[in-house]
Design a protein around this ligand. Sequence first.
Ligand code: ATP
Ligand code: MG
Length: 245
Amino acid sequence: MIQIENVWKEMGGEEVLRGITLEVKAGELMVVIGGSGVGKSVLLKHIIGFLRPDSGDVLVDGVSIPNCSRKELYEIRKGYGVVFQSPALLQSLTIEDNVALPLQEHSGFPDDTIREIVRDRLHWVKLRGVERKLPSELSGGMQKRVSLARALVMDPRLMLFDEPATGLDPILTAAIGQLIVDLHARIGFSSIAVTHNMNLAYLIGDRIAMLYNGRIIEVGTPEEIRRSAEPLVQEFIHGIPNEGS
Ligand SMILES: Nc1ncnc2c1ncn2[C@@H]1O[C@H](COP(=O)(O)OP(=O)(O)OP(=O)(O)O)[C@@H](O)[C@H]1O
Ligand SMILES: [Mg+2]
């Protein structure tokens, strides 16, 4: 489904990605872990097509994203559901209108069909009775759920999550993690989630890949990562500072 092939990328005079190779199978939920500033968001932006690699390639369903025209990218992104690091809701619009935005832009459905889909997706993320509220009337955890509902309205085949648990306490983190697991089982999307939260990574990942110093240094099931013999992986998952920190 996603093939990242030897991707190199310099940002601000620094080689952030130094030959990233990673494959995500159809229906798989891959978690990329790594410390702050290691390049997780930069990597995701290559899959969305916001950034182009200096060399290497990113294939989604066999299509080379860096070689797509702007129009082709626009079409491909309709099949993506993206949950950004911050909920990125429009503050002046109601929850209902925020979630409806992708449908209004892309679907051509009549208004009442759109309302129905919006209510349905809000139920999927366990939000009821919030349609007419403004984002500022909701807690951070509820806003995260709204952004998740918005990412789901176009029935995405690919979901991309950038720190789905940012700003959430451990209980809400577990709740949003469980929600992602349930939605993944229900819809069967392929996915990459980037995070530095190990509890979340273990909960949602079919496999976990660790990004360090511009490269993927280990990929495995949560159990394999727990038992990894790689000291850098053990230091990261147990929160032990290393010499580079
Ligand atoms: N637009 C940009 N211009 C210049 N440098 C950038 C840009 N975006 C990111 N970088 C640099 O690339 C590196 C990786 O950034 P990135 O945002 O991918 O980190 P991250 O792993 O997502 O961190 P965090 O966990 O804090 O979100 C950082 O050193 C950052 O300063
Ligand atoms: Mg980031």
